[in-house]
Design a protein around this ligand. Sequence first.
Ligand SMILES: NC(=O)c1ccc[n+]([C@@H]2O[C@H](COP(=O)([O-])OP(=O)(O)OC[C@H]3O[C@@H](n4cnc5c(N)ncnc54)[C@H](O)[C@@H]3O)[C@@H](O)[C@H]2O)c1
Length: 335
Amino acid sequence: MTEIYTDVRFLSAADLDTLGLTMAEITDILEEAFHVKATGDVMMPPKIFFHRHGPRFYSSMVSASPDLGYAGCKWQSGDPDNPGRALPYIQGLYILTEDATGQMRAIMDAEWITGIRTAAASGLVVKYLARSGAATLGILGCGLQGRKHLEAIHAVRPDIERCVCYDLRPDRQQQFIEEMTGKFGHTIDGAANAEEVARASDVLITGGPIMDKRDPVIEPEWIKPGALVVTIDYDSYVTDAAIQSMDLVLTDDQGQIEDARRNEGKFPGVTRIDATVADLVAHGTGRRTSDDQRILAFNLGIALEDLATGIEILRRAEQSGVGTPLPLRSASPQT
Ligand SMILES: NC(=O)c1ccc[n+]([C@@H]2O[C@H](COP(=O)([O-])OP(=O)(O)OC[C@H]3O[C@@H](n4cnc5c(N)ncnc54)[C@H](O)[C@@H]3O)[C@@H](O)[C@H]2O)c1
């Protein structure tokens, strides 16, 4: 008998905070989702992404997985000037739909989801690809993602105890150091520029803004032997020469790289992808084979990550009765 839902559950960021979902749990959930991407049934057209003006953007990301039982869509806007207005850079909503019947089940704050799943996805890559003995984490961009990445990388590699960071805005860099030092056991040093961070890093996270016209600065010689670079800002920070100098290049979704290249002119310097994160997780393709290899992962952020996170959120919200029911249907259903 099909269950007919009469309302859709609205979950604000404050609601999501109460569910007790940890970074380590989301990392495990994403690992499972990447397995499903490699071996199961996942539909995920490339995200729609277009600039409003300069670095401001809109994007929409959809996916469906009969194996996971749900489909979902995230609609968001981005504006790097927003922190100056006391607004987050990225704002959005996520709609979760039951796959078997197409019924809308939940509407959730997407900033919360993006915040945690992006860092957890990087954590997953770090878990698989950072070399043993890695000691220093470099963070470029000391905003929301910088903060979440400290937590995510601590969740998978608690032995990495030193962080070096840089933000274009010295006040934000200083605030980051004051707020995050010791929070996950790291000592944190501020750097004078991106080069200082890159040269010191065994694991480097680039999280600057994604501009319509990129102006990358990271040169091949800035990247240490054995380093892992994870970009969450497309190819904004890494030069084409740096990309081509890497021993292994991975991405969370090859189709999305190709789409961004075709439609947005991004990734002109990407001449090969050695593996996807799904291949890595499910089949071990693209795994590090020596401690000297320099590895680059383009984590563009994929809809499946939102879907897997959203499913777990709904499960917990139902269990604990969190959220606000919004009526979906009229009292007398239409025939
Ligand atoms: N791949 C994904 O899945 C994904 C998901 C969310 C965000 N992002 C991207 O990650 C980046 C950071 O997002 P956020 O939510 O942390 O934003 P945020 O606004 O909270 O933080 C960004 C920080 O970067 C700083 N910055 C700007 N230009 C810089 C530069 N050239 N070098 C160093 N710092 C610089 C800003 O001053 C700010 O403090 C953005 O590019 C965003 O589009 C990617």
